[in-house]
Design a protein around this ligand. Structure first.
Ligand SMILES: NC(=O)c1ccc[n+]([C@@H]2O[C@H](COP(=O)([O-])OP(=O)(O)OC[C@H]3O[C@@H](n4cnc5c(N)ncnc54)[C@H](OP(=O)(O)O)[C@@H]3O)[C@@H](O)[C@H]2O)c1
Length: 312
């Protein structure tokens, strides 16, 4: 496993980070028992993954905490989040109470990165003006090491919230939606995160459309219908099947992870699963070289105009 410096945090993170949310939530969404989810986290740590991302809303913090009981705290980079959606905006007191509850479930005294989670574009100014000061206070108390923010990629696929956040200097880390289907962050986000030395965590690298052929087909058909994709450029009977061949990718998820991993500006690629088999396959993908240059160029050309899907 390769390790990369996560921007201005200086943290050395494995290129693959384990995501404890997403559609699988370490298998909890598929009714796996807690012991199998703990086993997935431990297997990831054993393979050299040292970055784990969770959130209060995922209901997997206690599972991560259990898996970490036998690990050395300093060997793991822990990231968790405070939800910012719902009818009522969270108050500063809510942030303090949520962080305390997260620390208790995780069984740690501090988290490395604490994010404001899924911030909508029209809530950004409130988050910055009302909640960043309390995050800074918690950092002063040693309970948070670095400040992070994550976008709501499903409803904000062109990064309107991050466009605002990138004008400020308070964020050490940003979680960005990016994948081979929607590459807009290459133009609008990564040049600015790199200029400010903000660490990036990549979500939606695979998600649903790139892990389920039927969903990929539907997503591509929708793009063709909306005029975002040239119908002659993709074969809906075996979508993107040309990527998988000797000397190319091993599978579509493999291509999707490698596409993100070698994109300049992508630091840690998050990968979520509740399956030990998928975990090992995804670890193997993160050890492989870049896709053939011609395949990468072809993906960039096919999806050049796509800015309205997340790949969910
Ligand atoms: N706004 C936010 O802050 C936000 C939003 C979304 C995600 N995240 C973070 O990003 C992490 C990654 O989330 P994501 O949205 O990118 O999705 P993901 O969790 O990586 O989703 C991958 C999906 O594909 C399956 N899968 C994994 N490996 C596979 C393989 N090799 N072959 C076939 N299927 C495979 C997984 O389920 P199985 O259990 O079947 O493997 C899962 O359903 C999350 O866990 C979370 O930490 C944050």
């Amino acid at each position: 496993m390769d390790y990369r410096t996560l921007g201005r945090t200086g943290l050395r993170a494995s290129v693959m980070g384990l995501g404890a949310g997403g559609p699988s939530r370490l298998g909890q969404s598929r009714r796996r028992d807690e012991a199998s989810s703990v086993a997935v986290v431990r297997a990831a740590l054993d393979a050299g993954v040292n970055f784990i991302d969770t959130a209060e809303s995922y209901r997997t913090e206690a599972i991560v905490g259990e898996a970490l009981r036998e690990a050395k705290r300093d060997d793991v980079i822990l990231s968790t989040k405070k939800s910012t959606w719902g009818d009522a905006l969270p108050t500063a007191a809510d942030v303090v109470a949520s962080l305390e509850a997260s620390l208790s479930r995780l069984g740690v005294e501090a988290v490395d990165i604490y994010h404001m989670h899924g911030v909508a574009p029209d809530r950004y100014v409130y988050v910055r003006d009302e909640l960043v000061p309390v995050m800074e206070r918690l950092r002063g108390q040693g309970k948070i090491r670095f400040l992070g923010i994550t976008e709501e990629f499903g409803s904000d696929p062109a990064h309107a919230m991050l466009d605002q956040a990138l004008a400020d200097d308070c964020w050490d880390v940003m979680m960005v939606g990016f994948n081979l289907l929607n590459q807009t962050a290459r133009r609008t986000v990564f040049p600015r995160t790199r200029a400010k030395d903000i660490g990036t965590l990549i979500m939606f690298a695979v998600r649903r459309a790139l892990s389920d052929p039927a969903r990929l087909r539907d997503t591509l058909a929708g793009l063709i219908e909306r005029g975002k994709l040239d119908g002659g450029a993709v074969d809906l009977d075996g979508p993107l099947g040309w990527l998988v061949r000797a000397g190319g990718a091993v599978s579509i998820p493999d291509a999707a992870y490698r596409f993100c991993m070698y994109e300049p500006g992508c630091d840690v690629i998050l990968s979520g699963t509740g399956s030990l088999e998928h975990l090992q396959a995804n670890i193997a993908s993160h050890r492989r070289p870049d896709l053939p240059a011609a395949d990468r160029r072809r993906l960039e050309a096919i999806f050049a105009d796509v800015d309205d899907v997340s790949g969910n």
